[in-house]
Structures are given as C-alpha cells and as structure tokens.
Design a protein around this ligand. Sequence first.
Ligand code: GDP
Ligand code: MG
Length: 808
Amino acid sequence: MAAPMIPQDVQETSQMVKALQAGTKSGGGRGVFKVKRNTFNVKDSSDGITVDSWKFADWDYKRRDLPTYARGLFTTRNRHGEPEIAVRGYDKFFNVGEVHETEWKNILSRTRGPYELTLKENGCIIFVSGLEDGTLLVCSKHSTGEREDATASHAVVGEKHIERQLAAIGKTKADLAAELRARNATAVAELCDDSFEEHILAYGEDKAGLYLHGINLNLPVFATYPSPLVQDFAAAWNFRKTGLIIMDDINKVKDFLEEVAQTGAHDGRDVEGFVIRCTMSHNPDSVPYRDWFFKYKFEEPYLMYRQWRECTKALISGKTPKYKKHKNITEEYLLYARKRLHADPQLAKGYVHNHGIIGLRDDFLAYKHLNGSDAANIENLEGGEARTEVDGDVVLVPIATIGCGKTTVAQALVHLFGWGHVQNDNLTGKSRKPPRFTKACLDELATKPAVIADRNSASKHERRQIITDVKIQNASATLVALHFVHDAGSIEKIREVTRERVLARGDNHQTIHAATEPAKFIGVMEGFIDRFEPCNIFSPPDDGFDSVIDLDPTAGSRANLEFVVTQLHARYPSLVKEVPSAEKMDEAIEAALGYAPTIKHNIPDRGRGKQGQQQAKGKQEEQDQSGKKKPLEYMAVHVTSASVTQVLERAFSVDDAEVTRFYKQLKGTRRVQPKFHVTLMHRASAKERPDLWERYLGLHEEAEKGDGTVGECDVMLERIVFDDRIMAIVVRLMPKGDAGDDYPTVNKVAHITVGTRDNAVKPKESNDLLAKWLEGGAEGNSGMHDVVLEERPTLPGVVKGVCNFHKR
Ligand code: GDP
Ligand code: MG
C-alpha cells in the first residue's frame, strides 16, 4: 500500500484563499457563507512566518458552496509570496441521521469500503505539519502558540508531547517537519491528557499522549491516508495508535454500531462513539468516489442507559448510585432494579459480569410502557439541560384559552427584555390569518431575540400550523410552548377565574367586548375551553416544540411571569442571561395590567359563520346537519371533576411508590379523564336490555325539552381499583327523590373510569378489570391494587344523556 501524494497547486490554493477572503467580508445569511480569519505568529519560525486560521460557522458546513470543507485550516505564504495550505483538518463530518448524506439509506447505497472504524477518542484535536523554513507547526483546531494570557494552550501541550515522544526515539521536531512537508501532509492526532484537562473518559498517565488518527493531504479537496498507513506512521514517529476496526460490509458496520450502542461500551471500555472512514460518491456511475467520514456518536438514550448500568453496578456493590441527568426516570428505574435484584440474586451475579444489563433495562421500559428515547426525553422537556447555544430566534407559543393571561405575561416580557410581541387579535381581516400571523412573528425575530406568538393555539391544528410554518422559514428557530394547563381537576376554577378577569376587562379588548355582550363572550370562552387540546410533548404536532413550560392559568400572571422567566433562564441561559429582581417583575406586571389595546374591531356574530358552528358547539351538536336529533350514545351520572380529583389526590398522597406510581403516570402523561361519570347504560347494550334502553331514551327525550337533566343521583365512592393499564373507582349509586327515580346500571360493578394507560386501552375495559377484581380481589390478581376509601365520600351527581357528537 503506497501513501497517496499530490503536491499543492498554487493556482488552486490561491483560488481557495481568495474565496475565503470574500467570506470574511460577508455578513453571512442566505447569499454567502461567512468565515472568520485569525492570524498567528509561528513562535519557532526564524523567518517570522505567520499563519491564518480559517473558521466557518458550524452550520455553514451544510452549505454546498464552500471553497473547502476542512474543519481546521491554516494557510500561509511561501518565500515567493504564493499562498500555501499549512494545515488541513478533516472535512467536517456528521453524525448518522444529522444531514441528508448521513441518513442510513444513503450511507448504505452510496459508500464503499473498506470501512475503517476508529474509536472517537475523547480529547482535543491537534494538527502537525512542516513549514517551508523547517519549523514544525503544531495547532489546535483554530489556534496555535500560547494563549494571550500565556497559559498553556492545547497546541503548546501537544507540542510538549511531541518533543517527548520524539526524544524517546532519538528524533527531532525538524525531522518530523521535513517528513510531513515532503508528504504535503498534516498529521491529525487526539491530545488525551488528564493532567492537563479531564474529559469524560479516563486517560491516566500510562494512557496519556497523542493518539494519531489521520494524515491528510494539504489540498482544498479532502484526501486522507488509509488507516493502516496512519498506524505505520504512528509507529515510526512514536505516536500512540488509535484503535481501529476494518470491515468490508456496511451492513455489518451498521449492526456492529447498533450493538455497541446498546451498552455504550466496547472492549470493556466506555466509548463516546466511532468515526467511520470510507469513500463515497453521490452518483457512482459518473462521480468518482472520494474520501468521506461519518460518525456514530452515542447520544440519548444510550447515555441514559450507560448511566443506568453504572448505577445498577453501584447498587450491587452497596454503593450509592451517583447521577446528575435524567433524575426522575433514573430514580424510578433504580426502584425497579432494586426489587428485581432483591428477588433474583442470580441477576446481580450476572450483571457485574455484564450479563442481563439490556434485559433489565428493557423490562423496566416495558413495564413503564415507554421507549428509550421518550424516557430520556421526559426531563429534557420538563427542564433538562441548559441549551447555551440558543441566544435568539426563540418563538414563545402560548397554549391557552381566553383570559389565561397570555397578553399580560407577554407584555411583561416585552417590558423586561424588549422582545417582540405579535397579537393575533391585532391582525385585521380574516383571510390567510395564520400565515400572516406567523410571518409577523418571524419578522420580529429579525431585530429581537425572541417573540411571543400571542394567540390561544388551543387546538392541535393551530399548533401544527405555527410549528411547521416557523420551521420551514427559519430552521434554527427554537419553539417553546407556554402551556396553560387545563387539568380536569381545575377546569371549574379556570372558568371562574378567567370569566371574572374578562368581565373585569370589560370592553377593553380588541374582539371581546364583555361588558356590552356578556352572553356572547361566555359562549366564545366556552368554545375555546371545549376545544382545548392539552399539549402532549410525545406526539405530533407538539413533539415539534423544543420545550414546554407548564403554567397554571389560575396562579396569576405575576407568578406565571416569574416561572416563565426562571425556566427560560435555566433552559436558555444565553437568551435570559439573568433573572430580573422581584421588584422589576412586579413593575413589569403592573405595566402590563395597565395596558389597554389600541385596536378594536367587531367580530361578526359567530353563531352563523363556519367558525361559529364550532363556537356554538353546545347547541348545534345536538342536531346533525339534516336537522335530525343526534342519537343518544349513553346515559350516565355525571360528577364534577374537582370533587373526584380531590378524592384521588387525597388517596394517593401516601408515601408508597408501589401504590402511587400508576396514578402519577396517568397524571404525568395527562391520561386522567377530564370529566368523570358513572355509565348507566351504553347504546351498545341496547339489544341485551331493550326495555331499559327504551326507558332511558324516553327520559332523555323528555329531559331535552328542558336543560337536559334527567334527575339527580348521589354517588358514593368506595374504592379505587387499578393495574398497570387502567384505573377505576367502584361506586354505589344513591338516587335522590321519589322511590320511582331508580337509575339502574347494566354494568356488573358501577364505576367511574379514572384513566387508561394509552389510547389502546379503552375506558370500557374497566368492566374487565372489575370482573377480575370481583373474582379474586386485588390480592388474587397479580399487578392489581386497590385503595379503600375509608370515609366513603359521597358526591352529588346529575343524570344526563350523552350524544355522540362525532358520528354522523
Ligand atoms: P389573554 O386573553 O390570555 O390574553 O388574557 P389577558 O392577559 O388579556 O388577561 C385577561 C384579563 O385579566 C386582562 O384584563 C388582564 O388585565 C387581567 N389579568 C391578567 N392577569 C391577571 C392576574 O394575575 N390577576 C388579575 N386580577 N387580573 C389579571
Ligand atoms: Mg390576549
């Protein structure tokens, strides 16, 4: 195998430098790339040579018009004043799936072996080359020589290592410089040295040094040595060798990487990932293959898995597990692992020898009904780690109903930070309102780091619209939902608070003139509450948000402002650099509450328009389009959400994870029903009990002449029964009034379904749960629990028919 050798072409190099120079003057943006140049004196050079370092913005490497894709590039001038590449790094390479080219399907079809897999060593990159005057040039990615404050730089420490390694074999820096210059090449190595700088992986004294991983030709286009030649060079010049695996079949490569990813460890050692070197052609028929790298970096959930593995090993050896990330889910995992280890001593024995790691983890995930990436993501979305790189292009999207305080909080944020604020209510005209709204928000970002997209976005289709439209037009935008949570238990309070506020606001609003048209405003507000779809970060469209901040609409805007500000500071510290003082926030809210809109426009009576049909849902949905009555779906006793939630909260305020876990899960995943009822009879059982169905139909029809109420019936709550799929409350029905007002249920056990694990579990499966419970009790059914409600709370209930609004 001969080393590739292509000398530099002055023409070619000078063209590249010219193009780079143009890039230093560009303002960036769509048209031209932007590049930063830094000039350094070469400290050992007797000729006073200087080198220029060229640095692109990371995202610019995804452009197609760069004069070179070298990440780490230094140029200089030779004695004749001709430009010359002094140091050339690798072409910027991307993670699997990060860009189009690195999607597996493209890697599989466009690349050619041999595939050289090198461990991603965990240090910093060092470039070494030889200058014209015989000096050895040692650089880090973008600099060389000492730091301005004269402290040791990576480059200087790297050079010390080189001196040491060469001295050991009786060679000099000048020898190495001459060798590299003769080859027109840059040696690329990883500086790993704990005594200088500790990275995640350990490199003790015996492991410290320069790990040579590549030799590149000093050309604008990327050309690099095959790894076996790199290893030979390392041996000749006393570099440390980088671990190397060579494979010929890309499918084997993929399997191997995915296998290692399962544990994050290879060869008994934690690894960060692999760099895979191969050749690639976009179109093998017409375009020659060129050197090309991609990386496979272990990210979440693998990092979480690795943490679990370490924590489990700590548990087994009686140490306290230490962990910083994924706190809640790791805590739960450990609770689970502890039980399993306790129940099965063989498991621990195997685990320390790396057996059963994946099995235990997968059992836990199955038990939680989560997949790994969701599990790893939970806390990211609930707080997670700070994203320091975000300092602009942030769109705050309230998800709310009328009167939650969107505008108030927005005004206060404007007051504090001077951000942009676009109110949907200020846009006049009806046509193409959503795109105009989005555009207005994006326009604000041209001059301001953040904007509040002030509209309710209560329904998912509105969120889908804004998320998609924003991302299409500004790919680097960060979307943060301000989710005013409308929990089942608090909906009554929300109604009360928002109505009161909006009434107090009077006509002081663009479209809702509550003082002059009180009935209309209540209808409009109800419409929003009705249509409100909670934000679910695990499914589209809401998984398009970068993060979600949960707010309580009843908490007051001052409290919500503070929460938003502190959360943004924690998650995006470069956007909100510090949390303003309490006085400043008080002042901002006062200023906001004093705000009255300057635009006022009348909305047509919505009862008739297309939207109006939705607004006036309550009335319209009783009838279908042809004007016929909608069929009765089921008859039920309805109880208020607040009262049931209170009972649940009290029952689950015990300190017993076993008992509270499923309830917490339902709450956490917002799977607690928003409204609660006891089903008396569903139309599905009309055939079995035609007499009773007839009776309920009659009662319903009669009630329809009034407000729909059939009668009253107290509901006594006796016990909560649940497994890991569904939760129900066993109740006793106590009809009020005349003895004749009896409301029988066709269900074996009268109950309220509290919630189900996911959409695949239907509420009616409560019947199956309770049938099993009747048979064997909670003790007789594995995984089943029951909580007896000692004080037997009795709630007033209303008997009412429910029509299916969705079936036509
Ligand atoms: P939006 O419909 O979500 O934009 O809600 P607004 O921000 O316009 O708030 C509705 C009304 O409630 C306005 O008149 C506000 O001045 C008022 N308001 C907002 N926050 C608070 C609060 O914390 N306390 C009280 N008492 N009123 C508030
Ligand atoms: Mg508003």
